[in-house]
Design a protein around this ligand. Structure first.
Ligand SMILES: *Cc1c(COP(=O)(O)O)cnc(C)c1O
Length: 369
């Protein structure tokens, strides 16, 4: 390592980067295949493609990209405020919700403080915490999901933030609303609770809870949402946090002023009005989840019941099966890095994509582990 890099803090030098889903174009290059023949079920993207309303709005916005975007995100914040019944002052916009996760971490953490998150939870939590040189306290999972009692017990005097993904990625596990409010009732008010609801739109009505209403009762609650999943805008990078105005104010101070580009802002505003698209995404996901899990059952494979738009299936030697699937032009996600070396995560695709994946999986000859 060159002298300069030796000067970087130890937590940067020891940093293990995030491993994203393999892009279809990359696999196509490696296999010498047409990218259109590749099935990518690796990043929980919306298989419907972009909403026509959002696409139209983004096309119009392109004409103005010589200008900087609106740093205050006026239209988008106003649309979010109207849609979710919050005040504009409670909103923090992000370049994807990953950006707001990092803003929350940078707002409250320093070296010498700590954050709590669960084993098998979303990888961006440890990334955001460790990049600051703060300490990550990882609690054991319960049934592959968050054990809120263990998380409460893990909170120390130096803890500033607790991360909860609900539903969680990559396991798809879900914690009931009543358990979360019981948790919030017991967490010290000087510890932020970041509730990451990236997949909330996919929940069945019976499982839904109104976390936004909780903001009035719990000033330490930060809710994050994204346009990357059910709203179909993963490539545009837009997400947001909802929090107490004082918290949102702090997070907004350290935000890059132009962190959400103008095309993304326009697409996000339009997508908030495309209820039909979100409803179609939900219905497609429900049917595709049934298709996948019925396929697993037929192949005698175990899976973790999922509340998201993806599901983890147990295949034993997951890295080998992952490679076998790649050679058949199917990209899924190994989750060994999440402490699940026997599992693969597959995103729900279109019916034909799900079928391609299921038959490729059957051809690998995997058996229940
Ligand atoms: C996909 C995902 C997000 C969304 O990230 P963006 O940066 O908004 O694309 C956030 N949290 C979890 C748990 C996710 O799986």
């Amino acid at each position: 390592m060159i002298d300069l890099c030796q000067q970087a803090p130890s937590w940067i030098r020891n940093f293990a980067p995030y491993v994203p889903g393999k892009p279809a174009a990359e696999l196509a290059r490696e296999l010498g295949l047409n990218p259109d023949g590749i099935v990518k079920l690796a990043s929980n993207e919306n298989p419907l493609g972009v909403s026509p309303m959002a696409l139209e709005a983004m096309r119009s916005a392109l004409t103005d990209i010589a200008r900087y975007p609106d740093a205050g995100g006026f239209d988008l914040k106003r649309s979010i405020a109207a849609r979710f019944g919050v005040d504009v002052a409670q909103i923090v916009l992000g370049n994807g919700s990953n950006d707001v996760l990092e803003l929350a971490a940078r707002t409250f953490l320093t070296p010498g403080t700590s954050a709590v998150y669960s084993k098998h939870a979303f990888a961006v939590y440890p990334l955001s915490v460790l990049a600051i040189g703060a300490t990550g306290l990882e609690t054991p999972a319960r049934d592959h999901g968050h054990d809120l009692d263990a998380m409460l017990a893990a909170i120390r005097a130096d803890t500033r933030i607790v991360f909860i993904a609900n539903p969680n990625n990559p396991t798809g596990t879900f914690v009931r609303g009543a358990s979360i409010t019981a948790f919030l009732d017991r967490v010290p008010t000087n510890v932020a609770v970041l509730l990451d609801e990236a997949y909330t739109e996919y929940l069945d009505d019976a499982d839904r809870y109104d976390s936004i209403r909780w903001l009035a009762r719990y000033p330490n609650l930060i809710i994050t949402r994204t346009f990357s999943k059910a709203y179909g805008l993963a490539g545009m990078r837009v997400g947001f946090a909802l929090a107490h105005p004082d918290v949102a104010d702090l997070m907004n101070r350290i935000r890059q002023p132009f962190n959400v580009n103008s095309v993304a802002q326009a697409g996000a505003v339009a997508s908030l009005h495309d209820d039909a698209y979100v409803a179609r995404s939900r219905a497609l996901n429900r049917d595709g989840m049934r298709q996948l899990t019925e396929g697993f059952a037929r192949q005698g494979l175990n899976w973790i019941p999922s509340y998201g738009n993806f599901v983890c299936v147990r295949v034993g030697a997951a890295d080998t099966v992952f490679q076998q699937l790649l050679r058949k032009g199917v990209i899924v996600r190994p989750v060994g890095g999440y402490g699940l070396p026997q599992w693969l995560r597959v995103s729900v695709g279109l019916p034909a994509e799900n079928e391609r994946f299921l038959s490729a999986l059957a051809e690998t000859g995997v058996r229940a582990a």
